[in-house]
Structures are given as structure tokens and as C-alpha cells.
Design a binder for this molecule. Sequence first.
Ligand SMILES: [Zn+2]
Length: 465
Amino acid sequence: MKDKILITTAIDYANDVIHIGHAYQKVLADCFARYYRILGKQVFFVTGTDEHGANIEKIANSNGKDIKDYVDYVSGEDQKQIDSLGVKYDRFIRTTDLDHKEVVNKIWKIIFDKGDIYKKSFTGLYCLSCESFKTGSEIEGDCCNIHKTLKLIEHKEENYFFKWSSYQKFLEEFFQKNKKFVLPQNKYNEMFNFLKSGIEDISISRQNIKWGIKVPRDETQVIYVWFDALINYYTAGIKTGFWDENTTIIHFLGKDNLRWHSLLWPAILKSADLKTPDIVYSHDFINIDGQKISKTLGNIIRPSELVEEFDVNSIRYFLLKRGPLYDDVDISKEKIKEVNNSDLANGLGNLIQRITKICEKISYQNKTPYPENFSEKVIEHFDNFRLDLCLEYIQEKITEENRFIEMQKLWTKEGEELIKNLDRCIINIRQIAFDLQPFMPDIAEKIKQRLGEKILFGEALFKRI
Ligand SMILES: [Zn+2]
């Protein structure tokens, strides 16, 4: 990792307010951003909303709303949802932001003048929900492989195309050279195989849509929403000095967006002679009680609902421990409750109560300095993007300390022997708190307050539910 790090999440499509499925990605990216900040890196962390395109135009119109009013509302609600999770971003970017529109215009012109954009008439099978043309393995029966109940329509347009195919060789070499460009490994293989099957030029503008960024020098077309949206990362980075060779650029996104991010985005950047991202991390999906999260099933849960019911620390811990890092996972309120009670209330919470009670009784003090770095294991797991293993490791340490207090019957000990045992426990627990900072910043801070030179007994850190 370089000294400067740009961390991004996908920007969410402003057709509806985000749900718990989107929330995982924000917490994941936030955890990395916090980790790198603690390591002393300069971090710029961006999230936001993707606000153009035919679908948004349609939804706003069908609700009888002005389009801009509608996206203002959704974007504002998204921000509240993300804030409720304790996510600390540096910019909330919106594709309707003026500076973003200017950057998109500039990049279009550079690529056009280079000869990588041309106009042609095109007929293809189009998914109205994806807002994109589908070919080959993306088609299942009459539908696209994501929207299996929505029929593809035959669509003819004159569009501008990006010469994606000209970057076939560049991308193949790029993938060979950067074996960790796409993570996890199975996703890298999937994308590399797709690439090797051959990429075709792609339409990057739309006719008959008003809601979007107008194609420079051609008012009859708007820029395709994907082309516009991908550039948000560059807008946020370049405006703050986080898009250069001294910056490591990490994109977090869901597996449905991987093809655009890992294959189209580097080609656009290469065409414009700009730095390409370093890591594209794709995660899988969250299901609820065995079902896909969807409006039609009516099982949408907003992050703020869970935070209210369970507390933000408990939700962050649960998502980061059980989240869909490399496979879809099923969550339920029952499971959140279980993890809250076992790992947090009975595990960490109980440990802090027991140890501080013993310490306070004898006015024990500990003058050794507070730790200044993460445990080696924690660093190793962060390096491998395995936050699940990281929390597993920290949980083992908590269990070890609880067991130690139990085995030694610490509450029965006195004098020198008790002091010696407490010295050990306090040092270990302080390290646990340090390691927990990116995951549960408030809790880590509370422990730090209570385990200073003077040890303070107080209120339980977690509620048993
Ligand atoms: Zn689709």
C-alpha cells in the first residue's frame, strides 16, 4: 500500500433507498478506511449515489415527481442510512454534482479526440432494468441472467460506441501482470476467462432519454449511465489529489458490478491516459431468511431499523464477521441476536465487567503504555482482505482471557500474585481493544477509557437481547 489510499464503494442507484444488502459494502469499506487511517496512511473514502438513467426518469415520472426532487430525496435518505452505520466517509458524491459533470465531459472529449468513440446504428436485445444490451451467456431464455422475469426487448438505436475491443490485449496483459487486481481469486479467474472469450465494443450513449449528462457536441444523446457513474471515482480522486502514482486505489463493489469495474473501467482510464485502479474487491450477496432481498418479496430491511433494534456496534460486528466476503450468506434477526449474545455480551462485554470489577476493588493501576499497533495476525488478515478471519482471531483472544480468569479463579487471589495476573490481563485486553478499532470504534474507545492507568468499573458494553 502506498502512503495515500483512495477507498470507494459502488455508488447506489437512486431509484430506491438502500437496504441492508448495500449496507454490508459500506461497513466493509469503512473498516478498511479506519484501519489504514490508524496505520498512519492518508485516506480518502468516497461513497455516494448514481442518479442518471432511464429507470430513474421513469420512476420519478410514475410517482408524479420532479426528477431532481426525487433523487435529492433518495440520496438524502441513503446518506442517513449510511450514517446510521457509523460509516465515516470523506465525500458523498452524487453524479448530479456539477464538478462530476464537468469531469465526465472532459474525459469524453479526450477519448473522442483520441478516436476511441464512434457512432453507429445498432440493434440488440436490451434489458430495461439493467439499462444495457445483453449478449451470449448474459441471456437466459427471453431474459437477462439477473432479471429472470423481465423480457428482453429488441431495441434499435444510433449510439456512440467505445472501442472496448481495442483494449483486449492491454487488459489481458494487465490481468497477467496484476494477479491481485480482482479479489477474491475466484472472481479474478471468472473475469479473466470472460475477457479471454473476447470483448466487443460497447454503446456508451442513449437516444430518447433526457435525464443524464448530454453528449458533448451532440445534444440529441445522453451519456450512458454506466460510463457516467464509473467516472465518479476519478472525479472524487482527482479533486483531492488522490488519483496519481502515489495513491493505491481500492474499489469495493458487489459481484453484479464486477464486469464493468474490472474490464470496462481500466479500458476507459487507459484510453484517457489515466492511472488504473489497483484493487477491485467484489463481494457476494446477503439473503434474508433464505430469500433474496427484493421489493417484490417485501423483505427489505433498512440498516437504520437494525441499528435501532440491536445497536450499531452489534450490527457492524455481525456484518463484518458473517458478511458475504466470497459467497452469498443468509442473515436473520435470530442470527444477529445469537452473535450479539455469545460474542459480544457474554464474550467481550463480560470480560470487561469481570476484569474491571476485580481491579477496582483493589484500586489496581497499570502504567504500561497503551499499544500502538495492531497484532501481527490482524495485519496479516487485513493484508489478505479476510476480515472474517480477523474477527475470529480477536474472538479467540477474548475467549482465552475469559478462560484465564476462570481457571485462575482470579477473584479469589490476593497480593503479588493477583497483581501479576492482572498485569497480564490488562495488557492483553488493551491489545484486543486496539485491534477492534476499525470494526467497532465506539467500543474500542470505551474500553480505552476504562482501561487507562486507572481501571474503571462501569456500565455493561453490550445488552443481552
Ligand atoms: Zn437485467
